[in-house]
Design a protein around this ligand. Structure first.
Ligand code: ADP
Length: 427
């Protein structure tokens, strides 16, 4: 068969997964693997590398000759310092949530106020912390790569390529599509990767790998993105005004907008997606509070008894602990979980409806800040399976709300691979 297939690989926090899709976006094959145990001489980087090759090996042999392209997403701000001559890991990986407050004063002194790099876990803090602790001879051959850049590098062998989604927390300016002068003038500027749009072809798959696994000669390796953007892409909310609300432990909103929106007070910022912007905000409300009060089984039975077309009189603000950022910026805000009615059905109704109001307020805030108005909402996360909640949210938001068909980041990475394979030009 001459059917073209596209391979996306997601490197998440606990494991990695691939998704193989066809031109119509049908999922042909997928597989998940946990990372092998680190320690006893096995580094984290090695465990990722092994998982990458295990997943390539998991792709059924009959599909492999049709794989036109590969892309990879990784956790944002996960950073490695690599020897540019041989690809050896010199330092790291520094994980997405690892903080380097020692580097913060330096970063604050060079970056504009409230810039995304101004937090101890930003990629730039990781770079600056390493730089300040490293001798000049060891600095010479070093280059910075994000998790997905390095894994992609293992496949294509071209040094120093990244994408503007991963590079945002490094300080890259996605609007100018360049490193800003305050960063490009630093002594470590030579370590910064060159930046492409996500889903840009980088190079052909290395010949030895192609022959070893049986991928075709034309198989091209494409730039990736971060795991949360890949998960957004999976939902295929592809026109401005479409959005994805993720109802997991927290409530996270991602809206496709024609306008870039940033507001540090609310933790709102935008990632570039070609000629559009992905505007995001995250509330501390969400499933974590639900789980404190009800079991998942109770959520199902109680939800079944709620009439979603009826408005709940309860006005709650469910938070797992003190403090909220979006759509209300108040580090001292207290959870409001009372009054608790005698009926659990009424209580859950009030909680679900109150969370829906927070969601609606979130979308209103993004619009006030200048984003494209939301028109349609897709839902991902554990709360997406609750159809009663979906109906409540449709009423409260006044918008169509649907469960996203695909929510796996690996599927989003496969869509980026498809984009890259269809692009005619090489970088
Ligand atoms: P995480 O952010 O931890 O990845 P998940 O996307 O797995 O979260 O979602 C888990 C959350 O979904 C839990 O906090 C739980 O309260 C919530 N949840 C599970 N089942 C339901 C349900 N039927 N209705 C609403 N919420 C649910």
């Amino acid at each position: 068969t001459s059917k073209r297939l596209y391979l996306g690989i997601d490197f998440g926090t606990s494991g990695a997964r691939y998704a193989l899709i066809d031109d119509q976006g049908n999922l042909c094959s997928e597989r998940k693997r946990a990372y092998p145990q680190t320690g006893n001489g096995k580094s984290r980087a090695t465990s990722w590398k092994e998982t990458l090759f295990e997943l390539l090996n998991d792709v059924p042999e009959e599909y492999r000759p049709n794989v036109a392209s590969i892309s990879i997403d990784g956790t944002s701000a996960t950073t490695l310092i690599i020897n540019r001559d041989n690809g050896e890991v010199l330092s790291g990986p520094f994980l997405y949530n690892e903080s380097f407050p020692d580097a913060l004063p330096t970063v604050l002194s060079i970056a504009p106020e409230n810039h995304t790099v101004c937090t101890g876990s930003s990629t730039l803090c990781k770079l600056v912390s390493w730089w300040e602790l490293t001798s000049s001879s060891n600095r010479e051959s070093a280059i910075l790569l994000h998790q997905s850049d390095w894994l992609l590098w293992l496949l294509h062998g071209v040094y120093g390529v990244s994408d503007y989604n991963n590079a945002l927390k490094l300080g890259y300016d996605p609007e100018a599509d360049a490193y800003p002068r305050w960063l490009a003038s630093q002594p470590y500027q030579y370590m910064l990767p060159s930046i492409k749009a996500p889903g840009t072809p980088i190079a052909l798959l290395k010949e030895d790998l192609r022959l070893q696994y049986g991928f075709p000669k034309e198989c091209v390796v494409c730039t990736g993105t971060t795991d949360s953007i890949a998960a957004f892409l999976a939902a295929r909310a592809i026109s401005p005004g479409k959005s994805v609300t993720s109802l997991g432990s927290t409530l996270a909103i991602k809206l496709l907008s024609l306008v870039r929106v940033e507001d540090a007070r609310y933790g709102v910022y935008s990632h570039r997606l070609d000629d559009k912007w992905l505007v995001g905000g995250a509330s501390n409300t969400g499933g974590a509070v639900l789980r404190k009060i009800f079991t998942d089984d109770q959520l199902v039975t109680l939800s079944g008894k709620i009439n979603p077309s009826e408005q709940s009189p309860l006005d709650l603000y469910p938070l797992p602990k003190k403090g909220e950022r979006f759509p209300i910026s108040d580090p001292n805000m207290m959870p409001r979980l009372e009054p608790r009615p005698e009926s659990d059905v009424e209580y859950l109704h009030g909680i679900l409806e109150s969370i829906a109001r927070i969601e609606a307020k979130g979308y209103r805030l993004l619009k006030e800040l200048g984003a494209t108005a939301v028109e349609e909402v897709f839902t991902a996360g554990g709360g997406a399976k609750n159809d009663t909640w979906r109906k409540i949210r449709e009423r409260v938001l006044g918008l169509p709300v649907n469960k996203a068909i695909q929510t796996e980041a690996a599927f989003g990475a496969a869509l980026l691979a498809m984009k890259g394979a269809r692009a005619k030009t090489y970088v």
